[in-house]
Design a protein. Structure first.
Length: 134
């Protein structure tokens, strides 16, 4: 079984809030909205009293692609929305890592050829959004 990259990644020389705003804008430019937002740093602090570097998970969704994916395989909703992580790089001050979930994972996990076209289009759009940041 071949391995697949989990994410589409770029590194930004930026403060965290600016990186988050730029990521939201880049996603919107390719038709993705943010449905959910999980502030891992705040959650871990509140639940475990642990301090971690800023780490935000954005649940990004492109409605036409989500509709097509669920139409091809109703269980694909288990893999939606596409997560996009914005996290401070603790090893390199002033650097923020932005990673989008690789939609090709949907194809590998399901083995469903009907999902391939949707995943390919989602991958193209997410790659464009991540590339626009760099």
């Amino acid at each position: 079984m071949s391995t697949i990259d989990l994410g589409i990644t770029t590194r930004l020389q930026s403060d965290f809030d600016t990186a988050v705003a730029r990521t939201r804008e880049a996603l919107a430019e390719v038709g993705f909205g943010v449905l959910t937002e999980i502030d891992m740093a705040a959650t871990l602090k509140a639940k475990l009293d642990v301090d971690v570097a800023p780490y935000l998970i954005l649940g990004a969704c492109n409605p036409p692609l989500a509709h097509a994916a669920v139409g091809a395989n109703a269980q694909i909703g288990l893999l939606l929305p596409c997560n996009v992580v914005v996290r401070a790089d603790e090893a390199e001050a002033g650097t923020v890592v932005v990673e989008a979930m690789n939609p090709d994972l949907m194809v590998q996990v399901t083995g469903d050829p009907a999902v391939e076209q949707v995943a390919a289009e989602a991958t193209e759009k997410l790659r464009a959004a991540i590339a626009a940041l760099g």
